[in-house]
Design a protein around this ligand. Structure first.
Ligand SMILES: Nc1ncnc2c1ncn2[C@@H]1O[C@H](COP(=O)(O)OP(=O)(O)OP(=O)(O)O)[C@@H](O)[C@H]1O
Length: 349
């Protein structure tokens, strides 16, 4: 692992929260028969000959506890199907999916419903709020489903209303809210049970760009305050870069690369990934740590954090008149940043 990644992937060395191994979802008649084929015969040609859709093909990856893992790709690449396989809203054709070591594909109906209710939170593109319930009633609903008494459920719902910035609107019905506000209710509701795992499927794509950025900030803030393992589907690269620790890029049912935004931009695995990330300014994803020289410096004019992106510290770099120190989260100096190299990264398109 490069130094840059060691700084950025705070989760990689951490405990695995979700492990996905050789997962397939094949749609069409005869999908079950597809399981008996040896791996070498599970090709795109074989799928098309049998009139099957390989929505997810041989997906394997681990997600670290507390990581924000983004699945992205063009329309029809299999993102939603993969996410739904993780929650078993769609039954995978085959493979293994474990949550904290427990194989969820082996769970019976009741255990699965329990897992979803207690440990998973989900947000979808269409808010799916209960039309006859108020903001508070919608947010309290998952708690009531758990058998928590109404007063306690409502107290928790009030906390969440404040957390997502809807104080004062507790008694409104969904139709009396804007799209962005409705999605805030959806987010609050998904967090009511304080789930370990948070699944978000294109949660902001129906919203206009400004509201979308607000809600992305909201998600980032919630992650900072109470980090949870999050899997986020989007077709918006900009959104993926803002939110992700790592991004999985899908193409025609296959995951073709998994990496930090910086890895995808600086080392795209295929032409498809290269084209996907072509418009991302490198300074937006390259971290100070990647440009740092490990050397001691006598007297620094200023310091910048190793985990910041070059864009985030652009103003300091431009203004600096002397050596720039690079520091870790504790403020210890790790090395130096060459101003010229940083300026070149900022200028690169
Ligand atoms: N229930 C289904 N029956 C048959 N084919 C399906 C079904 N659901 C999805 N598919 C097919 O599986 C493939 C992947 O679909 P999926 O919805 O997962 O893609 P996606 O990347 O999430 O797309 P989008 O961004 O448009 O939502 C597509 O070819 C789709 O037509």
């Amino acid at each position: 692992m490069s130094e840059a990644n060691a700084f950025h992937s705070r989760h990689r060395a951490a405990e695995t929260a979700i492990s996905v191994s050789s997962v397939w979802k094949v749609f069409g008649e005869g999908a079950a028969r597809f399981r008996s084929r040896p791996p070498a015969e599970r090709t795109a040609e074989a799928l098309s000959r049998d009139h099957l859709t390989g929505a997810v093909q041989d997906a394997s990856f681990d997600i670290g506890r507390g990581e924000v893992f983004v699945i992205m790709g063009l329309s029809g690449s299999g993102k939603s199907t993969l996410l739904r396989c993780l929650t078993r809203l769609i039954e995978p054709t085959e493979g293994h999916i474990t949550f904290g070591g427990q194989d969820i594909l082996k769970l019976g109906e009741k255990a699965l419903a329990d897992l979803r209710r207690r440990r998973m939170g989900m947000v979808f593109q269409h808010f799916a709020l209960l039309p006859n319930r108020t903001v508070l009633g919608n947010i309290a609903f998952p708690l009531e489903m758990q058998g928590i008494d109404r007063a306690r459920a409502e107290a928790r719902a009030r906390e969440l209303v404040a957390l997502v910035g809807l104080s004062g609107r507790e008694t409104r019905l969904p139709t009396q809210l804007s799209g962005g506000q409705q999605q805030r209710v959806g987010i609050a509701r998904s967090l009511a049970t304080n789930p370990e795992f948070w699944f978000l499927d294109e949660p902001f794509s129906a919203l206009d760009p400004l509201i979308r950025t607000d809600l992305q900030d909201e998600v980032l803030r919630l992650q900072r305050e109470q980090s949870r393992t999050a899997v986020f589907v989007t077709h918006d690269l900009d959104e993926a870069i803002r939110l992700a620790d790592r991004i999985a890029i899908m193409e025609n049912g296959r995951i073709i690369q998994i990496g930090t935004p910086e890895e995808l931009v600086t080392r795209p695995a295929t032409d498809y990934v290269r084209r996907f990330v072509a418009k991302v300014p490198p300074a937006r994803v390259i971290r100070v740590a990647s440009l740092m020289r490990r050397e001691s410096i006598a007297s620094a004019a200023m310091s910048v954090p190793a985990e910041a992106t070059v864009s985030e510290v652009a103003a300091q770099i431009v203004a600096s008149a002397g050596p720039i120190a690079v520091t870790d989260k504790a403020g210890r100096t790790l090395g130096s940043l060459d101003r010229q190299t940083a300026l070149e990264t900022l200028a690169a398109l």
